[in-house]
Design a protein around this ligand. Structure first.
Ligand SMILES: Nc1ncnc2c1ncn2[C@@H]1O[C@H](COP(=O)(O)OP(=O)(O)O)[C@@H](O)[C@H]1O
Ligand SMILES: [Mg+2]
Length: 342
């Protein structure tokens, strides 16, 4: 399979901040790469380099066989980009937004209108086609922004955090749309802070931290790095953590982990619910009150924790802050998937 997106040794510094620190990536044609990392990991910087919006300090990047630095114009014809902040014109209707993009791409008036109608239909926006975007929900705006990236039917697509700030319903709607695209053979590089999003959409996942890839593989391969199932218990009383840890060690197959802040003990097991029942019995006999207990299969978040020592979402209590000049707040609850919110 030919490579659709390639980066070799990309470096990009903003003053003292090294946003990309020797990034290497390859995405095969017709596949989805999930670029997974916390806020500030370098995801947007990488997308900006691939889409010719930013010059790297060093390194090499090409998309669809075209070098980003040598042939930026040609490259732009082959890609679609949809950003973390929906770049739609609020004062235009849904139809007008897409029609305008078609005109920019010189599709011609008739073809441009037809493409706009087709995309509005495909993205479940036909009902809002004649309404100005100003009153649209966050999820609808994101879908329109993505539709805009597809007007010219590019073979390679970049989606930068397509669901950040969306509520669960908007997120699932977006996932369905993206899955449809991918079935059509589009090569996709998708950045995300959401582990379940990469798990669901990506063929391969590159975990990125501090501007470099720290792990690469399928979701299953990454999950395998943290072993199998495990038990988590949350205690009522933090003073009992040490005893609980001791009991967990007796049941588990590895040293238990303790999170003081969350009053949580985590331990890898191989006996499933039998081990869970066993541990709960031990804690009960030791007089330790349990607030929450569960058996968990590993998630990508666990992979991130294992790789970096911190949770993938720990640095992003309220979404992304990488563009302070951006007036729109995608995390604004008012931007939820409720149609007609002004
Ligand atoms: N225009 C900029 N000026 C200075 N620093 C920047 C700029 N853009 C990004 N950065 C910094 O570069 C690093 C990577 O940012 P970014 O690529 O936006 O990460 P991500 O998209 O993964 O959140 C962060 O430390 C961020 O603060
Ligand atoms: Mg970003």
């Amino acid at each position: 399979m030919p490579t659709a997106i390639r980066a070799t040794g990309l470096v990009k510094k903003y003053g003292a901040v090294t946003a990309l620190d020797g990034l290497d990536l390859e995405v095969e044609e017709g596949t989805v790469l999930g670029l997974l990392g916390p806020n500030g990991a370098g995801k947007t910087t990488a997308v900006r380099v691939f889409t010719t919006l930013l010059r790297p300090d060093s390194g090499h990047a090409e998309v669809a066989g075209v070098d980003v630095l040598r042939h930026p114009k040609e490259l732009r014809r082959r890609i679609g980009v949809s950003g973390q902040y929906a770049a739609v014109d609020e004062h235009l209707t849904g139809f007008e937004n897409l029609d305008m993009v078609g005109r920019l791409y010189h599709l011609g008036a008739a073809a441009s209108r037809a493409r706009a109608r087709e995309l509005l239909e495909q993205f479940d926006l036909a009902h809002a086609a004649e309404r100005v975007v100003k009153g649209w929900s966050g999820g609808m705006r994101r879908r329109l922004d993505l539709a805009g990236a597809l007007v010219a039917q590019p073979p390679v697509l970049f989606l930068d955090e397509p669901t950040t700030g969306l509520d669960p319903r908007g997120r699932v709607g977006m996932w369905n749309v993206i899955e449809g695209l991918v079935r059509g053979g589009t090569t996709l590089l998708l950045t995300t802070q959401y582990l379940e999003e990469a798990d669901r959409l990506a063929d391969r996942i590159a975990v990125i931290d501090h501007g470099r890839v720290i792990a690469l593989g399928t979701a299953d391969e990454l999950k395998a790095q943290v072993g199998g199932e495990r038990i988590e218990v949350v205690l009522l009383d933090p003073a009992r953590l040490t005893t609980a840890r001791h009991e967990a060690a007796a049941v588990g197959i590895e040293e238990p982990g303790v999170d003081d802040r969350d009053r949580r003990v985590t331990v890898a097991v191989d006996g499933g619910t039998t081990d869970l029942v066993e541990l709960l019995g031990r804690l009960d006999r030791a007089g330790i009150e349990v607030l929450e207990a569960g058996l968990r299969r590993p998630t990508l978040d666990d992979v991130f924790l294992a790789l970096t020592g911190h949770h993938a979402e720990a640095e992003t209590p309220s979404g992304d802050t990488d563009d302070p000049n951006q007036p729109d707040d995608p995390d604004d609850p008012a931007a939820g998937e409720q149609e007609g919110v002004a």
